[in-house]
Design a protein around this ligand. Structure first.
Ligand code: ADP
Ligand code: MG
Length: 476
């Protein structure tokens, strides 16, 4: 399609020429019209005022003789519109639009307009528009964050057979419509799995809406899930509110911590899953919804069913596909690759590069029991990056509880033989403690390659006290 100004429509509608001229003169915008030779055929009063000329004087002259830096004569030649181009006249940067002018399909000239006469005009304008754009951007981002998946299977790191099996299963069910139950300790990546499954499924372009069943108060859960009508209760919003199920229409509802859902709500949820329609609180007619359910919990639902704390029928509905995600302590060999991937993320976050884990740290991480799983590892690494002086994460950068763990493991593990309470006669406590103290100091010095200051730090004691003890135990 040609972008040009089509004049014949106006003339055919019999708008008298004088009217037209008057309208163009009234327009605050500056307007100039040239013919195929670049001769000015029309220029409005506002433009003339700015150029210190008048319509009679300017009309009939070549546009280059009237307007400096003009490109109007070029637009006539190229037939190409130039929109929002910067045009300097009399020391001002203006924003000009130039359109080829077609009459009855024939290129007869060009029309030029100036939108913003100077950068101040433009600034004033953009100051008005900018906040609106910012606001739009904010909502767009929030919307995307809340409703769109962030992760896919590539983000699920781990080579342990059990983890690989969980991942394979998840990839297989992604394409189906079945409900999925993700079970695993806290921090094992259940939410990550839910995102990846949703993202890969045919519903991926529709919303994924998460409901944390553990954090919403019982009396609000129903309206959170199913929404409410205007006037349903005091404080209900005007126009009512959509619930998570409605928001997730054609997408996925991720019911996180499903094991914490109150029994009464479980019945209502079951009904929705069976009927595939919801009822808003205070609403009259049921609303059909098309959602897939992914549920997750760190609890043992089977046991809860037996104890009467979870509805058996709901359990069967959700448990169509069960994916068990192994804890981090079950897959120690994955700690290193996961830590590396997390470090890459942290490097981006903190604009750093080349951060590495020292061997002792890797060893230490592999010895830890990880009750908080990958989330705990993530927190520890973030903390380490924050206190890091160089590029290598060492034992001193780990939280104390991990440094303490080390000694416990060593004492209960391979170095118990250093301690005098394995076999033989029972010794006075004081002597046992001194022995343990000596072993701990020696151990710390081995770890730090004889660096006493660091060893003292690792042991959590002052330098002076450390030197005193070294003297007592004859350690150099
Ligand atoms: N296999 C994995 N690879 C990389 N990061 C992971 C993995 N599993 C979990 N994480 C990270 O650990 C954190 C906790 O995961 P999340 O899915 O919230 O756990 P859960 O829902 O099981 O408590 C998230 O920041 C996630 O990015
Ligand atoms: Mg979670």
């Amino acid at each position: 399609m040609k972008t040009g100004v089509v004049l014949h429509v106006i003339t055919k509608n019999k708008l008298p020429y004088e009217w037209l001229e008057e309208i163009l003169n009234l327009a605050a915008e500056w307007i100039v019209v040239v013919d195929r030779e670049g001769i000015i055929r029309y220029i409005n009063g506002a433009y003339c005022d700015f150029l210190d000329t008048c319509t009679e004087e300017a009309t009939g002259k070549h546009v280059q003789d009237v307007i400096e830096n003009t490109r109007m004569h070029l637009v006539v030649r190229t037939g190409q519109a130039e929109v929002a181009s910067i045009h300097a006249i009399k020391g001002s940067e203006m924003i000009a639009n130039r359109y080829p002018l077609y009459v009855d399909g024939e290129l007869v000239g060009a029309v030029g307009t100036v939108m913003f006469r100077n950068s101040q005009d433009w600034l004033d304008y953009s100051r008005k528009v900018q906040p609106v754009l910012e606001e739009l951007k904010y909502y767009k981002k929030r919307f995307e964050k809340e409703l769109r998946s962030k992760y896919n299977f590539g983000d699920l790191i781990g080579n342990h057979p059990k983890f690989q099996e969980a991942k394979r299963l998840a990839e297989r069910v992604a394409g189906s419509q079945s409900a999925v139950l993700l079970s695993g300790e806290s921090g094992t990546g259940k939410e990550l799995f839910a995102h990846a499954i949703h993202q890969t499924s045919p519903r991926g372009q529709f919303p994924l809406v998460r409901v944390n069943c553990a954090s919403i108060p019982e009396n609000l859960l129903e309206s959170e899930l199913f929404g409410y009508e205007e006037g349903a209760f005091t404080g209900a919003k005007k126009g009512g509110k959509k619930g998570k199920f409605e928001l997730a229409h054609r997408g996925t509802v991720f019911l996180d911590e499903i094991g914490d859902m109150p029994l009464q709500m479980q019945s209502k949820l079951l009904r929705v899953l069976q009927e595939k329609e919801i009822e808003r609180v205070g609403g009259q007619a049921p609303i059909p919804v098309d959602v897939r359910i992914i549920a997750a919990t760190h609890r043992h639902l089977e046991q809860m069913v037996q104890e009467g704390k979870f509805r058996q029928d709901l359990y069967y509905r959700l448990n169509v596909m069960k994916i068990e995600i192994p804890s981090l302590r079950e897959r120690k060999e994955d700690i290193k690759p996961i830590a590396k991937a997390l470090l890459c993320k942290l490097e981006r976050k903190f604009s750093r590069q080349g951060i590495k884990l020292s061997e002792e740290v890797v060893e230490r991480l592999e010895a830890h029991a990880w009750p908080g799983n990958v989330r705990e590892l993530e927190n520890i690494l973030e903390r380490a990056v924050n206190v890091l002086d160089g590029n290598i994460i060492r034992l001193t950068h780990l939280p104390l509880y991990l440094q303490d763990d080390l000694q416990l493991v060593r004492f209960h593990g391979s170095r118990t033989e250093d301690l005098p309470f394995k076999d033989g006669p029972v010794q006075p406590l004081k002597e046992v403690l001194m022995h343990a103290e000596k072993a701990a100091i020696q151990h710390a010095l081995r770890q730090t390659n004889g660096n006493k200051q660091l060893a003292a730090k690792l042991l959590g004691i002052g330098k002076t006290s450390f030197y005193d003890k070294c003297k007592t135990y004859n350690i150099n």
